[in-house]
Design a protein around this ligand. Structure first.
Ligand code: DC
Length: 229
């Protein structure tokens, strides 16, 4: 398979986008980019500098410092995944906490933040052979992607998955607060002015509430093969 395409995977939070995107990238020997990790890293930076909290967002201060935020992914030999680095520091663990999840929609609604991250994402995918997941990949970042997937699942299914993921990692969280976060993030991500989460007109929607991980992977892989042939 010499022809390389661009695969955009968008959808609501905790729909398993990154799981399937990683599996696909591995099978196809493509680059996987978790765009949400980048928004999470900028949010962590804003939290560390007291620019954002549950009741405030000092967006001007963050924008003034945007040039000082360096982001890069680096392969973790132990997990075989690419970890997120913020100004040279591995922040993979910190960006997955519920605290960051609760603030990331606020920060990612900012147009200057989006402009900076979209430019980096476009650069990462310029040679194709990339699987990127997020909220605006098929609508903004790679409007010309050959394959666009829009993933969905019921809020309960998604909250259960996220609850299991976080408690497995040892985080002390309740199912109710996770469900609240999932619903609130959906609301903010779909209603923001700049690049709201919306299904691209040429995206294929997959509801995975009742699909196993393998069924979902096989389904998307067959869509990829159709595009490659
Ligand atoms: O994929 P995720 O749940 O880790 O993303 C975290 C947040 O980042 C999500 O709630 C909205 C924002 N995001 C975005 O606005 N655009 C993207 N392309 C990816 C994520």
């Amino acid at each position: 398979m010499n022809k390389k395409i661009t695969i955009a995977i968008d959808g609501y939070s905790s729909t398993g986008k990154s799981t399937v995107a990683k599996e696909l990238a591995k099978a196809l020997e493509y680059i996987y980019v978790d765009s949400g990790a980048m928004y999470r890293a900028v949010t962590l930076y804003a939290m560390q500098n007291d620019f954002v909290g549950s009741s405030f967002f000092n967006d001007e201060s963050l924008i003034n410092k945007l040039n000082e935020i360096q982001l890069h992914f680096q392969l973790n030999a132990k997990t075989a995944n690419a970890d997120m680095y913020l100004n040279g520091e591995n922040v993979e663990k910190e960006i997955r906490t519920l605290e960051v999840s609760n603030l990331v929609s606020k920060v990612s609604a900012n147009s200057d933040v989006r402009k900076k991250l979209v430019a980096i994402q476009k650069e990462m995918g310029k040679n194709k052979g990339v699987v990127m997941d997020g909220r605006d990949i098929g609508t903004v970042v790679f409007k010309d992607a050959e394959l666009k997937i829009f993933m969905n699942a019921s809020a309960d299914t998604r909250a259960e998955r996220r609850y299991k993921e976080l408690t497995d990692k040892g985080e002390n969280v309740s199912y109710e607060e996770i469900l609240k976060n999932v619903v609130e993030r959906d609301q903010m991500d779909t209603s923001r002015k700049d690049s709201p989460l919306v299904k691209a007109s040429d995206a294929i929607e997959i509801d995975n509430s009742n699909l196993t991980r393998k069924e979902q992977f096989d389904k998307i892989l067959s869509l990829v093969k159709d595009k490659l042939n």
